[in-house]
Ligand binder design. Structure first.
Ligand code: HEC
Ligand code: HEC
Ligand code: HEC
Ligand code: HEC
Ligand code: HEC
Ligand code: HEC
Length: 500
């Protein structure tokens, strides 16, 4: 064989490196070609084409000079000649060819790197990468996200945001996460809140401009009772969302907390920030007031042991997109939308009983849910099962869909693992501070007055449920529990883990 390249190149290591580089280059080109022509390649293709293969390619290229270096050393040892310094002689054909290959190779390589690293950047920022590559780990977050108001916002818009600093930080922690996934060392469920999540000011507020919040929002909550008739109970409320800006000088309603006009700092004594012990507010004029939770006070000498947190969007909207519904809420929605027939006797009760059961895997759950609903109707309403089999089947399909979207037994994820801080029905939420137990030195309390946050326009079923009172109604609990709803937080009875 005629050696067209400098003789040093003809050593096993360099030739191996060259072959590795060429094969990888071809493989990447083919994958990129398929990726451009055919849409919807498996997410793994992206990892292979834009991260793994280029890394091997570069390794191959490095092997070429390394092999040549060892070859030169070997010859010097063997031939015991004086080492000659490195030189390029364009008069020699082999040197000319090698130089040409080197220059044109470098140009192609640089161009490919530019395109490739852009694609790698684009790919690692994509929802596919974040949500699907580590399929099992991110399955709950990714699935819930797809069914949320933010389904078209990318993961990195909230989790990374703009700017090089957070980009590097996220890639560094990402590298650890890849390790944790490969070695199955990740926690189940993934703990929340996320430590060092980028401040909401730099993520949420890129899209939601706090100055522009105002007014109230009408919300309707349809509930169905656990009885044979699945009695409906609707609550129509005006939620005083509010807002305001420094320029306008006014800030009111719920969004009053946001850092427009006020600064609120607090200390929570647990990881999930559910047990708040101390709150401080500083208003526009600089007045400061501190509140201590009478039920969970912090001794002065313990203050330094806790982290103080400045309240922002995430302290209320901690589930803007990873929303896991409780069985009761999910079934209420289906009944309300007519996807489960409300005339099926005890549908609400049977549905909840099937959904709150703990199942080892998603697949086993889907089978068990079907079995349980059929058995329930067989036992109590055999005629319904006979005459309305289709409605029962539709109900089963809807329950399975609910399970698929909201329950992730493999990751131990469901609604009560990640309490939602908006409202106060199934978890303390606003009541973490607004429970009447936070008292300041001058005797003020953080208000627990229902009408501070919303007014009830109508409530109940039938005619009652339709009567709207613009002045606001006093809350009426659907079943008689005396005055308990005033004295206890709703979430002390309603947790979603039973029929409540
Ligand atoms: C609208 C903004 C937003 C988007 C979009 C978003 N997240 Fe989140 N994510 C959050 C917030 C807020 C939290 C909770 C942070 C906290 O409580 O500290 C969170 C928490 C998480 C957690 C921790 C576990 C948990 O549920 O609390 C994971 C994992 C996660 N997100 C992954 C993803 C993935 C994967 C995507 C894209 C498929 C995504 N996120 C898209 C805002 C978002
Ligand atoms: C890239 C832009 C973008 C970012 C970043 C973003 N959002 Fe949104 N958000 C939207 C859009 C668009 C909607 C409206 C969706 C719709 O109405 O269908 C929305 C809707 C909402 C809603 C109303 C949900 C509902 O039930 O109607 C809330 C609350 C919200 N976002 C909070 C947040 C919070 C908190 C963050 C930060 C963790 C955040 N958003 C980050 C674009 C964004
Ligand atoms: C004190 C708790 C709290 C804080 C802090 C808070 N919100 Fe809200 N926000 C609410 C509540 C309650 C609603 C009413 C909607 C509901 O009932 O789900 C709401 C509604 C919204 C909506 C939908 C309604 C609308 O007017 O379009 C958006 C968007 C929103 N918030 C974004 C934000 C952003 C962005 C921040 C941070 C700058 C923030 N919120 C801070 C409690 C809060
Ligand atoms: C970390 C503690 C904390 C949490 C959590 C919290 N708040 Fe507040 N909130 C406060 C404090 C402190 C005040 C001021 C009380 C005062 O002025 O004495 C306040 C005031 C308010 C006000 C009155 C604003 C005005 O116009 O004067 C409303 C409305 C309100 N909160 C709604 C909510 C809602 C809704 C939630 C849950 C989504 C919530 N808050 C969660 C601490 C909190
Ligand atoms: C600190 C503010 C605040 C206080 C005080 C408050 N609420 Fe609420 N409440 C909310 C918010 C915010 C929501 C909306 C939650 C949502 O959008 O899912 C809510 C939701 C509700 C709902 C609908 C729950 C559901 O999921 O069906 C009822 C009913 C209700 N509140 C009753 C009351 C009653 C009764 C009181 C007084 C004993 C009270 N609230 C006190 C903020 C408050
Ligand atoms: C002492 C315990 C207790 C407290 C506190 C309590 N509830 Fe209930 N709640 C019940 C019981 C029991 C039922 C009946 C369940 C059924 O038959 O469906 C019920 C049913 C309901 C229902 C209709 C069915 C459902 O579960 O969706 C609504 C709505 C409701 N409660 C709202 C509230 C609100 C809002 C608060 C707080 C202001 C509250 N409850 C506080 C015990 C309680």
């Amino acid at each position: 064989m005629k050696k067209r390249l400098p003789s040093l190149f003809y050593n096993p290591l360099s030739m191996f490196g060259a072959i590795v580089a060429i094969v990888n280059f071809l493989a990447i080109s083919i994958i990129v070609l398929i990726d451009t022509l055919v849409v919807g390649l498996a997410p793994y293709a992206g990892i292979i084409a834009f991260i793994i293969l280029p890394a091997i390619l570069i390794l191959g290229l490095i092997l070429i000079p390394v092999g040549m270096h060892f070859e030169r050393r070997r010859r010097i040892r063997q031939e015991k000649t004086e080492p000659r310094s490195f030189y390029v002689d364009l008069g020699k054909p082999s040197h000319r060819l090698a130089t040409m290959i080197f220059i044109s190779g470098s140009i192609i390589f640089l161009l490919a790197t530019a395109v490739g690293s852009y694609r790698a950047y684009e790919f690692t920022e994509s929802v596919t990468f974040c949500g699907r590559v580590c399929h099992e780990v991110m399955d709950p977050e990714h699935t819930a996200y797809q069914n949320s108001p933010h389904a078209r916002v990318t993961c990195v818009d909230c989790h990374v945001g703009e700017g090089a600093g957070w980009f590097v930080r996220s890639k560094l922690s990402g590298a650890y996460q890849v390790y944790a996934t490969v070695f199955n060392a990740y926690p189940k469920p993934i703990p929340t809140p996320i430590e060092n999540l980028r401040p909401a000011r730099e993520t949420c507020e890129q899209c939601h401009w706090p100055d522009k919040f105002h007014g109230s929002q009408e919300r309707v909550f349809d509930h169905y009772m656990v009885d044979e008739e699945n009695t409906k109970w609707s609550i129509r409320m005006l939620v005083k969302t509010g807002g305001g800006s420094k320029e306008a000088g006014i800030a009111q309603g719920i969004h009053w907390h946001m850092n427009i006009a006020n600064e609120i700092d607090y200390i929570a004594t647990d990881e999930q920030r559910q047990e708040i012990a101390w709150v401080r507010i500083k208003d526009l004029e600089g007045n400061i007031r501190e509140y201590m939770n009478e039920d969970n006070p912090i001794e002065p000498e313990d203050f330094d042991n806790y982290e103080m947190r400045r309240m922002d969007c995430i302290d209320c909207h901690n589930r803007p997109t990873h929303i896991y519904k409780s069985p009761s809420k999910a079934v209420n929605n289906e009944l309300s939308a007519g996807r489960i027939d409300t005339s099926l006797p005890s549908a609400k009760q049977f549905a909840i009983e099937a959904l709150i059961e703990e199942y080892p895997t998603k697949d086993s759950a889907l089978i068990a849910i079907e079995k349980q609903i059929i058995e329930a109707y067989e036992d109590e309403y055999p005629d319904v099962l006979e005459t309305r089999r289709e409605d029962v089947n539709r109900m089963i399909a809807r329950l399975q869909a609910i399970y698929r979207k909201n329950f992730f037994p493999e990751m131990k994820v469901r609604w009560d693992v990640y309490p939602d801080n908006i409202g106060h029905f199934l978890s303390p939420g606003c009541y973490r501070c607004h429970n009447g137990r936070f008292v300041s030195d001058d005797g003020q309390t953080i208000s627990d007055d229902c009408n501070n946050c919303h007014i009830i326009l109508s409530q109940g079923n039938g005619e009652d449920g339709q009567m709207i009172d613009p002045g606001g109604l006093e809350f009426k609990h659907p079943v008689d529990i005396g005055e308990s709803w005033r004295e206890l937080a709703c979430s002390e009875c309603h947790t979603g883990t039973s029929q409540l």
